[in-house]
Design a protein around this ligand. Structure first.
Ligand SMILES: [Zn+2]
Length: 231
């Protein structure tokens, strides 16, 4: 059997691209049968190595470094292909693709693996919950390595941020600059991804955060999980 034929013999999975502002990335995803989650967590070892090397040298700033790391993250290796070969009923990519270009790369692999086109699930806040979002932005900080959202008061001490998950530290000044960049960049690139998705007739679902309780970790996780289960 050729490689292509063996891929054709596989069962198709439903692919969901979950686009969520990193400020809401305080959710802990529960293991669900037949669902495979892909997130930055899958790349953490490699990312940490690059960040630790950078901390020794600091030859460029954190924003430029992270752009470089994020662009290399997945397309340069075989990870995408391997994930698309996983035989689960659903493959959920959390905040991947990061850009329209990533999505185009993913499309190529999806075609190669003879999988169905992905569904885009966009999580966003509404006018009604704008203030809660602003408040979250003031009180939370995103780790450049894992891109998880943490409470500032628990993770920043004496001008230094320490990530509780992967024990890497950054100065408050550099991480705050990085956070500002990440928000702008994430919003801009998500708009491009959604526009591209509309043009290419992808199924696009939206989850509007319209109530204060929508922002609570467990409620948000549960409602997203329910939405994913229906896809
Ligand atoms: Zn982290």
């Amino acid at each position: 059997m050729t490689e292509k034929q063996s891929l054709l013999a596989r069962k198709k999975s439903k692919i969901v691209l979950l686009l969520i502002n990193p400020i809401f990335n305080y959710i802990t995803w529960k293991e669900e049968p037949k669902i495979y989650y892909y997130s930055l967590h899958n790349l953490i070892v490699d990312r940490k190595e690059k960040l630790m090397a950078w901390k020794e040298q600091k030859s460029n700033d954190l924003i430029s470094l992270m752009e470089k790391i994020n662009n290399l993250a997945i397309s340069s290796n075989e990870k995408l292909r391997k994930i698309l070969e996983i035989q689960e009923s659903k493959l959920i990519f959390i905040n991947y693709p990061r850009s329209k270009e990533d999505l185009q790369e993913l499309e190529k692999w999806i075609r190669f693996a003879d999988q169905n086109p992905p569904t885009l699930l966009l999580v966003h806040f509404t006018e009604k919950t704008k203030e809660i979002f602003a408040e979250l932005k003031n009180t939370s900080i995103i780790c450049p390595l894992c891109e998880r959202s943490w409470k500032k008061e628990l993770t920043i001490k004496a001008g230094t941020f320490l990530c509780p998950a992967d024990e890497i530290s950054f100065s408050q000044n550099e991480i705050e600059k990085f956070n500002e960049h990440l928000f702008t960049d994430h919003t801009k690139k998500n708009i491009e991804i959604i526009e591209y998705g509309k043009k290419n007739k992808y199924k696009i679902l939206q989850r509007e955060l319209s109530l204060p309780t929508d922002f609570e970790s467990e409620i948000l996780q549960k409602s997203l999980q329910e939405q994913i289960n229906k896809i």
